[in-house]
Design a binder for this molecule. Structure first.
Ligand code: SAM
Length: 420
């Protein structure tokens, strides 16, 4: 198989994080996960793990253990979920597609276009059941791309996310969480992810098997991942801090809850089967590794039925609005995208109410607002001019919308309250 001919340079400059998936499948091949080696060869990737900056055997071994434990535990959890469809976001080049389809499940691999475009042909060519798998290009933060990729899938899905959430900013995490909620809400199923406790899994694994020098090797791994992603610290609101597990578990739980999701943490030690990488360990190291995995959990996340929040925000980012007038105050709730096409609806509502009787105040709940263009901002300005001196109050403003308000100078013009 010839080396991939895609011009990766432009991609590497715009979003280098996709390179991490190549390291991941190379580590899977080194540890001995079935089919990983065939995928590596098919993609012409030999040596990518070493090339990522992990040069010594200890660092490689620590990474192999993390990757294999994760792979096998996730496969077991997917099968135990009872769902017949695994939607893997991001799929990278994982042999999971082959393993699960052999077991009779359907596999839908979602990743950035360059990865989905390469992984698809490679895995379909190696599959005994290509009819059970497909690969789609998406951006996990973009609801339209996800809705399009899963169009026609109506049954419960087991959505899985391994090795992605740490690369996002807090506002991207918010976008992904509301997308997850939307994907599950219509279909049922669950979202399983090791990502909140990924630092713990690394730290516990390295400490258990590498002894002295574990910390240094841990840092080498972190630098390799950060170097491939341009993502800085690899920490955000979704990631548990090993220095304060109880408080940060509570923080992540609250974040999920704000998005209408609830979590159950499953102990990793109970789901790691015999690993191929154990052949590289002593009995004492295996024991220490098994014991250490008791300190780490994977998260099984489902929609919270009690949640009465932002159900009006549709997954495709479609505009939604409801409004009422109370005591001379115009109160509106906006969802999705307010842009050139949709902003006139807000203007019409405002003008109709203003025509009835003059309004003294306006409050806009933006907690489900995903995007506002200059057309939408212009309507808010028209509303403010009609208030005779008072400011339009915007509440629940997300980081993404705040950024728009700030860069356009409107953050100073309206009374803005950001999302907690
Ligand atoms: C560390 S790899 C993990 C891949 C795979 N889950 C695995 O375990 O091998 C990170 C993956 O996240 C994908 N990714 C990064 N940002 C993304 C986004 N916004 N939407 C979808 N995928 C994304 C990258 O393309 C890459 O395949």
């Amino acid at each position: 198989m010839e080396k991939h001919t895609v011009d990766i340079s432009a991609w590497a400059r715009t979003n280098p994080v996709f390179m991490t998936a190549k390291t991941s499948v190379c580590l899977m091949a080194r540890s001995g996960i079935p089919d990983a080696d065939a995928i590596v060869r098919r993609l012409g990737l030999d040596g990518a793990a070493e090339a990522s900056g992990m040069r010594d055997d200890g660092t490689l071994l620590g990474n192999e253990l993390v990757v294999e434990a994760k792979y096998r535990a996730m496969c077991a959890l997917i099968e135990a979920s009872g769902c017949r469809v695994n939607v893997d976001l991001p799929c990278g080049y994982t042999p999971k597609a082959l393993h699960l389809t052999e077991k009779g499940l359907r596999f839908i691999g979602l990743d950035l276009p360059i990865v989905a475009g390469e992984a698809g042909p490679a895995l379909l060519a190696l599959a005994d059941h290509p009819e059970r798998m497909r690969f789609e290009a998406v951006d996990a933060t973009n609801p339209d791309s996800l809705a399009a990729a899963l169009e026609g899938v109506r049954e419960p899905i087991c959505l899985t996310t391994e090795g992605m959430m740490m690369y996002f900013t807090d506002s991207e995490v918010d976008a992904v969480l509301s997308n997850v909620r939307s994907l599950l809400e219509g279909r049922g199923g669950c979202w399983i992810t090791p990502d909140p406790e990924y630092i713990l899994q690394f730290a516990l694994t390295f400490r258990a098997v590498l002894g002295e020098g574990a910390q240094q090797k841990l840092m080498a791994s972190r630098d390799a991942a950060a170097g491939q992603s341009d993502a800085g610290s690899l920490i955000n609101a979704f990631i548990v801090n090993p220095a304060d597990v109880p408080a940060s578990v509570a923080r992540v739980t609250a974040l999920l809850s704000a998005h209408g999701l609830k979590a159950r943490r499953v102990n990793l030690a109970e789901h790691v089967p015999e690993l191929a990488a154990y052949r590289k360990l002593t009995e004492a190291q295996i024991e220490a590794f098994r014991a250490a995995m008791r300190g780490c959990h994977y998260w099984v996340i489902t929609p919270d039925d009690q949640w009465r929040g932002r159900t009006e925000a549709r997954p495709d980012g479609a505009f939604t609005m409801d409004f009422r007038v109370e005591d001379g105050t115009f109160r509106a709730r906006l969802g999705g995208r307010v842009d050139t096409v949709t902003a006139p609806e807000l203007l019409k509502a405002w003008e109709a109410e203003q025509g009835e009787k003059p309004l003294a105040a306006a409050e806009v709940d933006c907690s489900a607002l995903q995007y506002i263009s200059s057309a939408g901002l212009r309507v808010l300005l028209i509303m403010q001019k009609g208030l005779g001196g008072a400011k339009v109050r915007l509440t629940g403003v997300s980081d993404a919308v705040w950024e728009i308000l700030e860069t356009t100078g409107f953050a100073e013009i309206f009374a803005v309250e950001r999302k907690a």
